[in-house]
Structures are given as C-alpha cells and as structure tokens.
Design a protein around this ligand. Sequence first.
Ligand code: AP5
Ligand code: ZN
Length: 213
Amino acid sequence: KRLILIGPPGSGKGTQSPIIKDEYCLCHLATGDMLRAAVAAKTPLGVKAKEAMDKGELVSDDLVVGIIDEAMKKPSCQKGFILDGFPRTVVQAQKLDEMLDKQGVKVDKVLNFAIDDAVLEERITGRWIHPSSGRTYHTKFAPPKVAGADDVTGEPLIQRKDDTAAVLKSRLEAFHRQTEPVIDYYSKKGIVANLHAEKPPKEVTVEVEKVLS
Ligand code: AP5
Ligand code: ZN
C-alpha cells in the first residue's frame, strides 16, 4: 500500500507508523526524523534546515522534496510506503504526484489524524524519545517502565528541541495555514480517511486497521 499520514504535531503519526509498517511491510519515511538526523550530523542539508525547524516553521519545499525523491528510490519503498509528515504543502503534494506518475503508481489512502488543537500541548510537552530507535514515550499517556529510560535498552530518553509550548504555537500555525490545504487536495481525489486521533492509541490503531483492510 502507498499511504500518507497527515495531522498536526502530536496527533499520533509517529506512534501509529511502526504498527502500520510492521503489519503491511512498508517502508516508513518520516521527513521530520530524516531532517533531525541531518541536523545532528551537521550535513549541508541539516545546516540549511536547522533554523526553520528550531522556530517551528516549515523547511523549504525544494529541500524536503529532494530528500523524499532520494529516499523513495530504495528497493524497500518500491512495493509501498508510509509517508509521515510529507507532503505538508500543496506544492509538495504536486511534486509527489509527479514522482509517482513517472512510476505509474498512485497514493492509495491519506490517513487524516483529526484532533482538536487544545489537547496537543500536553502530548507534545510530555513526549520523550529514545534517539537511536525512535521509540516514543509520554510521561502520562505512555510512560516508560523506568522514568527517563528506554524500555528495551535502558538508555536515556531525550526531548525534542521544538517540543516546547512556544514552538508548538508556530508549528500549529504552519499546519493550519500550509498543511490543511493538502487535506483538501486529497479530499478532491476521494482518498482521505478521517481518524478520531483524540482516542487512546490502541483505539486509533483499530480505526487505522479498519480503513486499511
Ligand atoms: P515532524 O517531526 O514531522 O513533527 P510534527 O509534524 O510536528 O509531528 P510530531 O512528530 O510532533 O507528532 P506525531 O504526530 O508524530 O506525534 P507522536 O506520535 O510522536 O516535523 C518536525 C519539523 O521538521 C517541522 O516543524 C518542520 O520544520 C520540519 N519538516 C518535517 N517535514 C517537513 C516537510 N514535509 N516540509 C517542510 N518541513 C518539514 O505523539 C506525540 C506524543 O503523544 C507522544 O509522546 C505519544 O506517546 C503521545 N501519543 C500519541 N498518540 C497518542 C494518543 N492516541 N493518546 C495519547 N497520547 C498519544
Ligand atoms: Zn512524528
């Protein structure tokens, strides 16, 4: 399957992705994760992306389209993929369509993680991540067995630099202004499935499974 996950910061895209990936054997491409890796490694791409990311603004379309174009060439992405956090502008969606047209394939479904802004601050400020695996926890909603440590490796957890209430405001603004039009773009194609992303994670997974079966 070829899937796109769209939703505001903290709506649960990264939480549901590994489950979908394991069940449907797809490649998981998360532009946010790829950009954070580039920033950490101080690559030329990372240097260019850092300022916008720290402010909670979108990185330029050219940069993100470039990394997706490159990543989609991987053999594991030929049979299907999950795009998490891409496309986030109508221009990115159009570029993606051009890439897929060349391969003669189409996006099957867009999962829209619909949720009220009001609940997102608590989700974002309570998030803790195990950097090397990407496993995500939450102090209240998904606490690790030992506070501050990863369940599998016991290694320390970190918080994302943009996971503050102040930066969340800009991220939400970018979502409403630049990314919501992408949902309309795909609605016109009749492939959007709306999820109740405010429900507990397991219930969201059940909804995802219904949509994909
Ligand atoms: P990105 O990394 O994509 O961040 P985001 O879109 O803001 O989304 P998040 O990762 O914050 O949320 P999520 O939905 O994955 O939530 P999660 O499942 O972890 O992008 C970061 C930055 O990179 C952007 O600001 C931009 O600068 C740049 N960028 C990336 N892509 C770009 C693009 N295409 N174009 C331009 N720029 C781009 O859940 C959050 C927390 O809540 C966790 O702690 C989790 O445990 C908990 N939780 C999850 N689900 C539930 C639930 N159902 N109930 C209770 N708690 C839950
Ligand atoms: Zn994420």
